[in-house]
Design a protein around this ligand. Sequence first.
Ligand code: MIG
Length: 767
Amino acid sequence: MQTEILGNTNSVNKQGNVLIIKTNEAVARIWVYGDSIIRINVSKSFDENDTSFAVIRNPADIFDYAESDSEIVLTTSALKLRVSKLPLRFNFYTADGKVLSEDDRRFGINWQGERVINYRKLYPDEKFIGLGEKTGNLNRRGSSYVNWNTDAALHGVDADPLYKTFPFFIGIHSGLTYGLFFDNTHRSYFDFGATTDEQMSWFGADGGDMNYYFFGAQGVAKIMEDYTWLTGRMEMPPLWSLGYQQCRWSYMSAAEVLDIAENFRKEKIPADVIYCDIDYMDGFKIFTWNNETFADPKELTDKLKAMGFRLVTIVDPGIKIEPGYKQYDEGLAKGYFAAYPDEEEYVANVWPGRCHFPDFFRDDVREWWGASFTALTQPGVEGFWNDMNEPAAWGQNMPWLVKFGERYMPEVRNAYGMQMARATYEGTRKLLGNKRPFVLTRAAYSGTQRYSAVWTGDNSAYDAHMLLGQRMVNSLGITGMSLTGVDIGGFTGDPTPALMVRWNSLGVYTPMFRNHAMQGTKMREPWCWGKENEAIIKKDIELRYRLLPYIYSGFYQSHKTGMPLSRTLAINYTDDENVFDVKYQNQFLFGDAIMVAPVESTKFTADVYLPAGEWYRLNTDEKFTGGRSIIADAPLTDLPVFIKAGAIIPMQNIIQSTNEKGDGILEINVWYGKQATRFVYYEDDGLTYDYERGDYYKREISFHPDKQVISFSKVDGSFTSKYDKLKLVLHGFTIDAGGLKINGTTKAPGSHTLILANDKLEIKIEY
Ligand code: MIG
């Protein structure tokens, strides 16, 4: 196989907003996207269309550079890119000259046949985080990975590749941070010094260009903000999708679905969502209903709605080959299916039998697919679960000759699921009018956060999978995916009662809280575990509902800045080695101020690392000084959860679903701390797009221990809160005899709680 290494520069030219550098092997292009974002594309056959599935931004118009015989130096306010010309290598520095990341001097960018690879220098203390849904440790140093979206049924805790591709990582060394997004949808590879004797890290792909975005912002959070600026951020999710979700493969009839829903209400266990897996369809034909078992879907959703439930139904990409079936007839007539080069439609077997597969890379196909959802939206479905879109088929080996539009399967496979999710999102958004659809997808590529939530596929009912799932949720968060979940309880196998209870307690702090199980497993619903366990499960789900105002405000952050809800401690405590310790690597912050330590179901005490600062145990208000590890009690009734000193956490009373208004009291809990803190509280109707036009209620709540003040800013936005009253609850405060003062007037002497009207004006509380 022919191997080439990028050689000496022949010419340098600036054309508009791109710097073009030619060598004998290839052409390099450099664009500046922002002060801390530089894109490099090195290509043998650059496509002037220059499309990306992930990127939604355009490069800046101008940038500064200087050129000498040996190098080109491109400078922004945040970054310095030194391009050495002989041979052509790309080295990144901070504006003040500290090394962020350099090409390996010898091999830099190189090719082996069609494969394109970049070898980079590895620094002694360098750590890596990212790549989204990947097994292994938080610190990916010493590991290697492949991206090739795969139906990883029955996967173990070390499996790779899995369902999704997020070719974005963050490097951390010498007290500095950088990010790198390799925007290439071919099968790709990342090696973080796994097999190079600590000399190099490298990444590459089976084809396409060496096309990457380099992020030079300092701080993991800032890099994530830049990455999600580039690839987009999530919309506000429907509030109901943040409630408890009950799924199973499958509830076999409308009667069974209703029975499950009724039981939640009877047992008074809050829940918002129930799912129909593949058996609601007629012979697994997408966009059909089985007319015996689901004879009247509208009646079903009406009855569910009356109980405060929403229905989510599954769709797979495989369209059954059956003349007379609408989607088959139309798709075939219009040439909408993936095909071989001779235009014969590709066929593979999956649930419905022999199937064709929509070419979601085409606008007209996506439009057609999206419009087909009337079969589901007309009867009142508002959530759409996209499965099997790696794409999966029996045998798992789609021939490389299959084409999607102009491109062969291996070139774009990793973006297929994302394009299906996009088609689903765009179509259902249109069909639902002003209502927000909920879309959930299994396969994904960078940028999918714009369209859909994701779950981590077919996990298993054992402890190591629960812990891995948490790491994957945390890692997906680094790559812009905030609304993420795992099958609580484990998809494959039957959890022990202890595992079910423990996993459910972790589910409270999982952005998407869904219990799901495989066909043939024992029933999983909260009441299947004996009265005592049911009571614990119920209490935990109630806690989830108490926390919804905090969770929803957390998603507002994801929407605005890309900060995910579940945050690896590596985001806020990057320089603390302990957070990368395998003992503590599953711990995470849920929102700004809740730290959760996942614990196996067989252990009832836990070694928990408390980062610097002060922490309170959620259920007891017991206070701890951080910067050390502790042995925490971890009974099944009380997962170790700690509140950061200074935390401001809005809660509400227990409701049975998000459709209930509740008692109208928004409870603002503040835990005493020595440092000033702030929290942006956000609320809207939770249902429509009116928030895009300013119909929201947003206010900053801040705590100033130095001034002994808690203040609420004036409300921004036109929405009227569903809470008429605010209740302040102070934890760990010493209130002197003077008591609490509201806007200068003493109202509640000596008390730690206070109720006031939720008006839109500024409120100042002194203690
Ligand atoms: O071949 O629809 O990951 O959540 O229950 C299995 C049936 C197909 C795989 C999904 C799983 C779902 C199941 N599906």
